[in-house]
Design a protein around this ligand. Structure first.
Ligand SMILES: *Cc1c(COP(=O)(O)O)cnc(C)c1O
Length: 337
């Protein structure tokens, strides 16, 4: 199958599987898994934080961050389109009694500081306590600039807010900005990283922050049922991903640009409303095209997409080659040109 639905669909390569197979294991709930310990040690140093925690998913890492930073009755500021507002089943509210205060995202994915400022609640017992600002980079495939993140840090200092980054695709952001990932992480009190997206690990994310924060998050992870035993199998994949699959993200970004260019050659497809900055391509599809027939036709050719008319999303990743893009385009052209 050629799968354009997400970069989460990547399969571990042979070398990654070998690293998993050969991983030294122990019981991580006892703190005994040397491979998990090595990954957490490496990840904290690599991203410039005191501590790191290996988590089962990005959703869990975000939830741990919000629950470790905030108490019951606190709130966090975030975007309407933020993953940790819109796509995590309301976890912070449900499990942490922490309410979100979402702000409309600007067209570039950022949050306007004037709007954020007016959403901060006064110290008054009528109100939830505004505790934290959560940003996302990349967001919808778009990259927040270093200047913007520096401004966000100043904003949070001035307003006594904690600054968290949902960095599920932070390596894509670093690649697009052509900086080391620490140039991004330096602005944040905590950050999450997904190992299981473009980096190609089968499972796992990282939560990064200071020692006390990570210790608190570790306790909450246990409470949520996220204490994993011989998790070194998975940590080995994550370590392999961080060491071997970062540089190649450039290929995904080049392929995304190529894909967007080629899609515009298909009748009824138009990407001009969107900018391709990383590995995510959005395309508007003419309403006279029958989406269901299109996806069925693609399926027959072993191509998977998530379909819609406005802003249909296609994602490039390590298991999509330029040849796969050519295959998609030729099937679409046969149908519509
Ligand atoms: C995928 C994603 C997550 C969550 O990751 P899962 O591992 O799927 O739970 C969080 N934030 C963003 C921005 C993501 O894209």
């Amino acid at each position: 199958m050629i799968d354009f639905r997400s970069d989460t669909v990547t399969r571990p390569c042979t070398q990654m599987k070998k690293a998993m197979f050969e991983a030294e294991l122990g019981d991580d709930v006892y703190g005994d898994d040397p491979t998990v310990n090595a990954l957490e040690q490496y990840a904290s140093e690599r991203h410039g934080f005191e501590g790191a925690l290996f988590t089962s998913s990005g959703t869990q890492a975000n939830l741990l961050a919000l629950m470790a930073h905030c108490e019951r009755g606190d709130e966090y500021l975030c975007g309407q389109n933020a993953h940790n507002y819109k796509y995590e089943a309301g976890g912070a509210a449900v499990l942490g009694s922490v309410q979100p205060q979402p702000i409309e995202n600007e067209a570039d994915g950022s949050l306007c500081f004037t709007k954020l400022k007016s959403a901060i609640k006064a110290d008054d017992f009528h109100f939830a306590r505004t505790k934290l600002l959560s940003l996302e980079n990349t967001i919808g495939g778009q990259v927040l600039s270093l200047e913007y993140m520096a401004q966000a840090q100043r904003f949070c200092e001035q307003n006594q807010l904690i600054l968290h980054l949902d960095g599920a695709r932070v390596y894509n952001a670093a690649m697009a900005l052509d900086v080391d990932v620490t140039q991004i992480s330096q602005y944040f009190d905590s950050m999450t990283v997904c190992l299981s997206k473009g980096l190609g690990a089968p499972i796992g994310s990282l939560l990064l922050g200071d020692k006390a924060f990570i210790a608190k998050a570790r306790r909450i992870r246990k409470m949520l049922g996220g204490g994993m035993r011989q998790a070194g199998f998975l940590a080995a994949a994550g370590q392999y991903a961080l060491l071997n699959n970062v540089e190649r993200l450039a290929e995904d970004h080049d392929n995304a640009k190529y894909l967007a260019k080629q899609l515009n050659e298909v009748k009824g497809f138009n990407t001009s409303a969107y900018r391709v900055s990383t590995n995510i391509v959005y395309v508007d599809v003419a309403t006279d095209i029958d989406i269901e027939t299109m996806t069925t036709e693609l399926m027959k050719n072993k191509i998977l997409i998530s379909s819609s008319y406005v802003g249909m999303r296609l994602v490039t990743h390590k298991d999509i080659s330029q040849g796969d893009i050519d295959t998609l385009i030729s099937v679409l052209k046969k149908q519509f040109n």
